[in-house]
Design a protein around this ligand. Structure first.
Ligand code: TXA
Ligand code: MG
Length: 313
């Protein structure tokens, strides 16, 4: 846990329009004052992020969300069940919402989430307002799950980093769009499709070929430098393996276990750490064992497909 002095330094940095990286239960975020245009612009600059990827407003509690967006009965249900936690809701902005329009890139909607990590909660409570926070990585790169990942990503840049240990979930939050009568899953995460359907009934299918509403929908995202090969059942020369399940792998240059027991939650928590650990020039590529597409496995396979996508796509 950061000391009171570190927390105070973080608040001072935010008040000056600067950036603070902080832990959440999903991944580390790069936080800024959500109400200040130049602070939000600084995030896009530091991430080198395309402007069409809107940001999530992180809030201290459900009331803070209700002040920013129109919360309908579906959103109330989800908030009651899964907040604080790894679930982001896209809702209509209220007319009096004072979050920078840069954060939502001119959309009439705003994404809101109450994170569960105690350091994020302490920071939001001390700050007393919304913080926009994308994952604390350069655009298109693997999200950070430790403070050391963040330091490595932004070495030499002016950034306060709060260390809250490794992230327990390890994958970015589930994003649900509640703008239309049928809810739409924009980004799968630890709050799974089945969990959402239990609260909301059936979800809408993704719109094929629609403009991406989430960077997780860009074909190439979460990309390590090495090529990534999915559903590997036998090694190719020089490959390292992200291993899942009970079979003992042979013939790989190195093996990083996502989960020996074949537990998807354990694999999710170690996925980005594993991609970073194996992304080294001594290997020819990163192979990945098959992972069942159920529960949080859907979110793992979503990130892996994007890590494996053609970089020029
Ligand atoms: O777990 C997380 O959500 C992490 C931690 C730091 O909270 N944050 C995160 O932020 O992953 P970011 O910016 O990397 O991803 C935000 C996602 C994107 O897929 C973005 O397109 C979507 O939320 N999003 C944000 N605002 C939106 C909006 N108004 N409409 C549709 N999608 C939106
Ligand atoms: Mg991200």
């Amino acid at each position: 846990m950061p000391s009171p002095a570190q927390l105070a330094a973080a608040i001072a940095r935010l008040a000056a329009g600067g950036l603070v990286a902080f832990p959440t239960e999903t991944v580390y975020g790069l936080g800024a004052d959500a109400r200040r245009d130049e602070a939000v612009a600084r995030i896009y600059a530091m991430k080198r992020r395309p402007r069409f990827n809107p940001l999530i407003a992180h809030v201290a509690d459900a009331d803070a969300a209700r002040a920013l967006v129109q919360v309908d009965a579906r959103a109330e249900r989800l908030m009651a069940r899964y907040w604080p936690g790894p679930l982001t809701l896209v809702l209509p902005r209220r007319p009096e919402c004072d979050v920078s329009l840069l954060a939502a890139d001119g959309l009439g909607s705003l994404a809101v989430r109450q994170p569960a990590h105690p350091v994020a909660a302490a920071l939001l409570a001390a700050w007393g307002g919304p913080l926009v926070a994308p994952s604390a990585n350069r655009s298109g790169r693997v999200s950070p799950t430790t403070a050391a990942d963040v330091e490595a990503e932004f070495a030499g840049e002016s950034l306060v980093v709060l260390d809250g240990g490794p992230c327990a979930v390890g994958l970015e939050s589930t994003v649900v769009d509640l703008l239309d009568p049928l809810p739409r899953l924009l980004r799968p995460g630890a709050v799974t499709r089945a969990m959402l359907e239990a609260e909301l009934g059936p979800l809408d299918a993704p719109v094929p070929g629609a403009a991406p509403r989430a960077p997780g929908q860009l074909a190439s995202h979460y990309a390590p430098t090495l090529p990534v090969r999915l559903d590997a059942t036998a090694p190719r020369p020089g490959e390292a393996l992200l291993a899942f399940g009970e079979a003992e792998p042979a013939g790989y240059a190195e093996v990083f276990w996502l989960s020996r027991a074949g537990d998807p939650a354990e694999a999710a928590a170690s996925l980005f750490r594993g991609l970073r650990a194996l992304d080294r020039p001594d290997f020819a590529g990163i192979a990945v064992s098959p992972i069942p597409d159920v529960g949080v496995g859907e979110a793992i396979n979503d990130r892996l497909r994007r890590a494996a996508a053609d970089r020029l796509a």
